[in-house]
Design a binder for this molecule. Sequence first.
Ligand code: NAP
Length: 312
Amino acid sequence: MKPEIVVAPRLYEPVMQGLAADFTVHDLWSAADPLAFLATVKDQTRGFASFTSYPVTAAMIAALPKLEIIATMSVGTDHIDLAAARARGIVVTNAPEVLTDCVADIGMALVLNVARKLIVADRFVREGGWLNGNFPLASKVGGATMGIVGLGRIGKAVAKRAEAFGMKIVYFGRRRVADVAYPFYDDLAAMARDSDYLMLTCPGGAATRGLVDAKVIEALGSEGALINIARGSVVDEPAMVQALVAGKLGGAGLDVYADEPRAPEALITLDNVVLLPHLASATHGTRAAMGQLMIDNLKAHFAGETLITPVV
Ligand code: NAP
């Protein structure tokens, strides 16, 4: 008998197939009324295969009395009500490391695109602007300072890339990171003041909600740019939008937003902003590896083996 699990959202197709090989899968993602659907599978569902775009709420956890494990194919767990899971002794696993390089690539790509205005320049050629004159000059990345918020796996991978482009690295966090020589700031606004690019690579969730507030945005200033590959919740989005529209923040490169899949309307027409649809880990190889790690965690749990990447 295969263990029974629910899945939401609909995952990358090879991952759906991988899950079906080892589990009886109930498609929560297609249910119009999730709680009503869960009521129909509550007596047999022991696992939840999850990803960032579909919150696992306390009400869903309560609706599944036999639930033992929530496994997400993301590294972030801010879409899961961890307190509700913990209170029931439900284990949670995530998918760290396997996506680090792809996410860091997008962090650096956003820096380059904001600095050199590549997307605007592409449009300039396509729309015939070049026939009437040269594209305006842009900003040099080499020599600029990148302030990293949360120097973990992804933050360090972005730092490595930025160093290769000749950038200076500084970082902010709750504590110093032992194995790096980059200058550390314990004051985020002070680091923003000294940075040309503020790179967000910390987790989302309650502890970092609104960490980048109006004061930090003001400190980054009209010559600075905010790059967010972390979570929309880390930024006071209305304050960021207001500063961008008023020219008080120089630019932004965003992969994540407060209310996905909606990007703030006011940013749509701004040429100093690059908007991506939360795609940092979205390559075939990486999504397959993320899904496999989730599946391996589920299999380990149901085999009574040690979990590979439990969330502590
Ligand atoms: P990680 O290795 O755990 O790194 C997170 C870093 O943030 C750590 O250095 C951590 O340091 C720091 N941090 C934690 N809480 C903080 C706080 N309150 N203030 C400042 N710094 C804090 O995780 P990772 O693998 O690099 O992933 C980081 C995040 O990237 C994920 O949680 C996720 O939200 C985001 N992400 C986004 C995408 C995307 O598609 N855009 C894809 C993957 C990941 P301490 O714990 O020592 O404080």
